[in-house]
Structures are given as structure tokens and as C-alpha cells.
Design a protein around this ligand. Structure first.
Ligand code: G6P
Ligand code: MN
Length: 450
């Protein structure tokens, strides 16, 4: 069996211990020759790298090579799969995105609204640069990109690399939501074949088919959610289920469904359809970025420092329990679909090309696709109803104008983008937020819009 070379772009991410444990756990179906971490911040990554060395030594002795580097010429050579998750400006900039939006009375969120807008403008130049570097060394590599905000990132990569069919933009939110459905139905998300449409963090499940029988489980899922069934009976399915603010967001799906019973909503619709509620219940001085910095991220680095001191994982309290990182296993599922040409169904962000017949063919839609050795083939849908069409066209116009504004250095387009975003809408507010974001991002895109 062929062994693959994998690079993890964004080597310092606190999600990587789970990702690495998951790769080790899946060595039988996705055999790897080399794993390399790549990041621009060497000190942070070094801790991950030293932890990774121990993990691989103990749990993946078959691995021929494990490395970490800040040198793109080393990282991207002979790569088969690039797993890409970067955060330009890291969590301190996420904190600014969230707090600036809230200080103007608007939703302050990582990927939605004005926060997601600022983050998108930071992400896009880095992603483009990275894809170019990967392509220089590994023209054939599959780039599994889950960098945020994925909608804006996908719009930009589509424009800069229009013929590159080996860049797959994906998101784990539908996966995490399906894990919750599986919870209440007492099965596994692998038993489902979903149908879904929308933009990233902005979509709806139309059907959840039972893979074996073809039965549509969606009515049953809706009934259970509306009856107040606790989505979290089996907690610990993924990292989100441990976090109070995420639990709140999952629970809110029932409210959305009560008001809009047609389809099962993505959790992120909360921010677009209930912005007033979101702002009222947000703490403008302590946002999700603070929670992550003080919680998950801090715990992760403390744990790794401990393990490095001990020099081992096995036999310590940090030992990796079977099933760790199972949530992230969709990445291996995707890689396996490609290497084994299985044509299984995944939700991917891809160019519409008529798949949703009544919206722009260039729109980057998130839909069910078959994935195999030749890439992604989206499944065609019927025309979508007016409400969703209106929502998506408005949101896509916002995404498009964000990328236009960046590429053309056109501040008016950035203002238009923000004014279109459902979480902003008022022009004076949009102008004030834009000015603050430009100032806060002066080391990034802000410098072009002074
Ligand atoms: C989900 C989304 C990701 C997002 C993450 C944020 O997984 O799909 O796109 O980055 O949530 O989680 P956090 O714990 O950082 O708030
Ligand atoms: Mn996502």
C-alpha cells in the first residue's frame, strides 16, 4: 500500500494534538510516510513539534519521518496532502474582531458579520501565498483547506486558482451537527448521507438519508429536537460539546427550527437571523476568543509542556485514549475517498455551476458532493425557495464585495460589503466599524485603506 506525505499547515494550532492522534489512530486506512508541521511562528510550533515527536514515537512507530519547520521549501516538497488550517493574527486578532463589532452594537463573531469580514481580509493573502508555495513544490498535492472564514477564502481561491481542482475547501460544522443528530438517534454520523445547501456557515440540511435503507431521517430528527431532546446526552463526542458557549449555540438550533421549520439549520444561522438576541447575550469584554485563549489553547500548551518534561505519553495521565480526535476523522475520510476513489458523499464548498439552478453559477456553495480520485462532483438540486435564495444572494454579495474590495484596494466596496451583511446593515455603523477595523488591522490589510 502506498504511503503518503502529509504537511499540516498551521503547525502551532491547538487542534493539532487531536489531529495527530487521529492520524495515528487511522494508520491502517491512511498510511503515512512523513508528517511535517509548518508554521511561521517557530517558538510556538516547536512545542507542538516536540510533543508530536513523542506522540509519533509511541503511537505511530511505522511513520518514517516526523518533522517541523518554518521553511516552506522543506515543508512543501513532495507533499501528497496538505491539511491547511491557519489563523492569520491568531487569537488576539480574533479578540479584536469580536470586540470591535460588539462595541458598535453588532454581532462579534469569528467568521460571521464584521468580525468574519476582518478575519477574511487577513486570511486571504496568506492562503494565496501558501497555495502558491505548495504548488511550486507539489503541483499534484491535494489541499484540504479548512482555514476560516471558509466562504471568503473559497471565493478568493476560486478566483486566483480557477483551474486547480485539488483545492478542497471544507468545514467541520456540518460534521459536528451530524454528530449531534447521531447522538439523539443513537447511531453514528457515518450512517448518514446528508443533503445540504447554502454558503459556508450559512446553510441548511434538506435530507439526512440513512445510508443503508435510504430512509430520510430528517423528520425524525426535527421531531426530536423540537420535543426538547437533549442533543448532549452523550457528551464528549467532539470538542465543542465541552464548552458552555457552544452548547448554548447547539441548543439554539431548536429555536431556529421552531421559527423556520422547513429545513434543519446550521448553528451559525443564529448570528444572521437573531443578531439582536446575540448582541444582548454577548459579553463585550469577554468573548469567545477569550474563552479559547484562557481555556482550550492554554490547557493544550500546558499539557504539551508537561508531556515534553516527562518525555512520554504512555503510562502518564496524558496517555491517548482510543477514539481521541474522532471528530477530526472526517479529514481522513476525505483523504480515503480520494485515494480509494470511493465517491462517497461529503459536504464541500465548491463552485455552483448550476448545481443550485436559480442562483449565480459562480457562487461558492456548500453542497453534497461525491468525492473520488478525480475530485469533487456536486449533486444537482432543485431550485431553492425564495427565502433561502434571498438570504444566500445577499450573503454572497457581501462575500464577493469583501474579496473585490481587497483585490482592488477599494474601500467603497468594503463599505458596501459591510452594509450588506445582515449583522450590520446601517451605513453609519458600517463606516464606524470599518474605520476601527482598518486601524486594528494596520499591520495586515488595514494598511491599504488608510
Ligand atoms: C466550528 C467551525 C469552525 C470554527 C470553530 C470555532 O468548528 O466549523 O469553522 O473555527 O467552530 O470553534 P472555537 O472553539 O474556536 O470557537
Ligand atoms: Mn467551519
Amino acid at each position: 500500500m502506498k504511503k503518503y506525505n502529509v504537511v499540516i499547515v498551521g503547525g502551532g494550532s491547538h487542534r493539532n494534538p487531536d489531529l495527530m492522534a487521529m492520524l495515528a489512530d487511522n494508520k491502517d486506512r491512511f498510511p503515512i510516510r512523513r508528517i511535517c508541521l509548518y508554521d511561521t511562528e517557530s517558538e510556538r510550533q516547536e512545542i507542538m513539534g516536540k510533543y508530536g515527536e513523542i506522540l509519533m514515537r509511541e503511537y505511530y512507530p511505522e511513520l518514517e519521518e516526523f518533522a517541523y519547520t518554518t521553511d516552506p521549501d522543506v515543508a512543501f516538497k513532495d507533499v501528497d496532502f496538505a491539511l491547511m488550517q491557519i489563523r492569520a493574527g491568531r487569537l488576539p486578532m480574533r479578540e479584536k474582531d469580536e470586540k470591535i463589532s460588539l462595541s458598535h452594537g453588532c454581532v462579534g463573531q469569528e467568521t460571521c458579520g464584521a468580525g468574519g469580514f476582518a478575519y477574511g481580509l487577513r486570511s486571504v493573502p496568506d492562503i494565496i501565498e501558501l497555495v502558491k508555495m505548495i504548488r511550486k513544490h507539489s503541483p499534484e498535492a491535494w489541499i484540504l483547506n479548512y482555514s476560516n472564514p471558509a466562504a471568503i477564502v473559497a471565493e478568493a481561491t476560486k478566483r486566483v486558482f480557477p483551474d486547480d481542482h485539488r483545492i478542497l475547501n471544507i468545514c467541520d460544522m456540518p460534521i459536528a451537527i451530524m454528530d449531534q443528530y447521531a447522538n439523539i438517534l443513537k447511531c453514528s454520523r457515518k450512517d448518514f448521507e446528508p443533503r445540504y445547501f447554502g454558503l459556508n456557515h450559512f446553510g441548511w440540511f434538506t435530507h439526512i438519508y440513512d445510508k443503508k435503507t435510504g430512509e430520510d431521517l430528517e423528520p425524525k430528527i426535527k421531531e426530536l429536537i423540537l420535543s426538547g431532546e437533549d442533543l448532549f446526552k452523550l457528551s464528549g463526542v467532539d470538542e465543542h460539546t465541552m464548552e458552555p458557549s457552544w452548547i448554548e449555540t447547539y441548543k439554539f438550533m431548536a429555536n431556529i427550527l421552531r421559527d423556520y421549520p422547513e429545513y434543519l439549520p446550521n448553528t451559525y444561522l443564529k448570528y444572521y437571523l437573531y443578531p439582536k438576541h446575540v448582541v444582548e447575550t454577548s459579553n463585550p469584554n469577554y468573548t469567545r476568543a477569550n474563552e479559547v485563549m484562557d481555556g482550550k489553547e492554554k490547557r493544550c500548551y500546558e499539557m504539551m509542556e508537561e508531556v515534553i518534561k516527562l518525555g512520554k505519553l504512555k503510562g502518564t495521565e496524558y496517555e491517548i485514549k482510543p477514539g481521541r480526535g474522532v471528530h477530526a476523522s472526517y479529514i481522513v475520510d476525505l483523504a480515503c475517498a480520494i485515494i480509494n476513489n470511493t465517491n462517497e458523499i461529503f459536504l464541500i464548498i465548491t463552485k455552483n455551476k448550476g448545481v443550485i439552478p436559480n442562483v449565480d453559477e459562480n457562487m461558492m456553495v456548500e453542497v453534497a458532493c461525491r468525492v473520488g480520485a478525480n475530485g469533487v462532483e456536486p449533486l444537482a438540486l432543485d431550485p431553492i425557495p425564495t427565502f433561502y435564495k434571498g438570504m444566500m444572494e445577499n450573503q454572497y454579495a457581501y462575500e464577493k464585495l469583501t474579496v473585490d474590495g481587497l483585490f482592488e484596494r477599494d474601500k467603497t466596496k468594503l463599505l458596501q460589503a459591510l452594509a450588506l451583511n445582515r449583522t450590520v446593515t446601517d451605513t453609519d455603523t458600517a463606516k464606524a466599524i470599518l474605520d476601527d477595523l482598518i486601524e486594528a488591522n494596520k499591520d495586515y490589510w488595514g494598511k491599504y485603506f488608510k
